[in-house]
Design a protein around this ligand. Structure first.
Ligand SMILES: NC(=O)c1ccc[n+]([C@@H]2O[C@H](COP(=O)([O-])OP(=O)(O)OC[C@H]3O[C@@H](n4cnc5c(N)ncnc54)[C@H](O)[C@@H]3O)[C@@H](O)[C@H]2O)c1
Length: 248
């Protein structure tokens, strides 16, 4: 059951983790639909533009992958954004955007991809979640809530897909070196009242036992493992790669 000739849909594939995942799955011989709000035509996979906060865009992306590749074996919901603010100041439209993008979009992708994942015989739904699917941090109400919900979706899909050979997993990294993390540095500095140069060590990496950022390629390697034959026994579980964060 090699990945050669199979098809994947990866969201948020123009940057950071999604880009690394699309490149890694392509390297394994897969056809990849690289879905993004701002697709990179030079990046890995077949670039496809979609605003995944819109429910119908998710159905259209799945249809595009099936039409283009004639099958769909692996779905990687990854697109995400962050907003850092105390609860009493948290903008309601940011809550809506984050829940739409990071919880409703994975649900819509699963719903519409389900027949193709069933036909695959070895379908995989591999959500890029976060350590924030299991633990919280202050000032991230929407992100933490959406990620906790996404683990619930993964567990449900694992049970529903079991008889059809579909596996669903939640990859849960600690902090990864991507633009999403770099963009948080100034917001975190403001929220914590710290100079920006202290934020990486004192705030961002503080909960890691190992004070090192994870590389996007390392997350992509785990996704490739879960997508392939060796990932067969992983379903309905968070796959932690958090530099010791949740060991406490
Ligand atoms: N970077 C980290 O430390 C880290 C840690 C754990 C989990 N994650 C998760 O990994 C995923 C990817 O994060 P990243 O750090 O690579 O982020 P990133 O900012 O580098 O990339 C996110 C991508 O999502 C796309 N996107 C944003 N809104 C979209 C929309 N409405 N429709 C379609 N695409 C949209 C962006 O254009 C961008 O290309 C997210 O779900 C994030 O929560 C990141």
């Amino acid at each position: 059951m090699s990945l050669e000739g199979k098809a994947a849909l990866v969201t948020g594939a123009a940057s950071g983790i999604g880009r690394a995942v699309a490149a890694r799955l392509e390297e394994a011989g897969m056809n990849v639909l690289a879905v993004d709000l701002h697709p990179d035509r030079e990046g890995p996979g077949v670039a496809y533009e979609a605003d995944l906060t819109l429910a119908e865009a998710n159905a259209a992306a799945v249809a595009a992958a099936r039409e283009r590749f004639g099958r769909l074996d692996v779905v990687v919901p990854n697109a995400g954004v962050q907003h850092v603010a105390p609860i009493d100041e948290f903008p309601e439209e940011r809550w809506q955007t984050i829940v739409s993008l990071m919880l409703t979009s994975p649900f819509m992708l699963a719903k519409h991809a389900w027949p193709a994942l069933r036909d695959s015989g070895s379908g995989r739904f591999i959500a890029i979640v976060s350590v924030h699917g299991l633990v919280a941090s202050p000032y991230k109400a929407a992100y933490v809530s959406a990620k906790h919900g996404l683990i619930g979706l993964v567990k449900t899909l694992a049970l529903e897909g079991a008889d059809a050979g579909i596996r669903a997993t939640a990859v849960c990294p600690g902090y990864v070196r991507t633009p999403l993390v770099e963009a948080q540095i100034s917001d975190q500095a403001r929220a914590h009242g710290l100079p920006e140069d202290r934020v990486l060590e004192d705030v961002i990496l503080a909960p890691h036992a190992v004070k090192e950022l994870i590389e996007p390629s390392e997350v992509a390697e785990v996704v490739a493992f879960l997508a392939g034959p060796a990932g067969r026994a992983f379903t309905g579980v968070p796959v932690m790669m958090d530099q010791g964060w949740t060991a406490r």
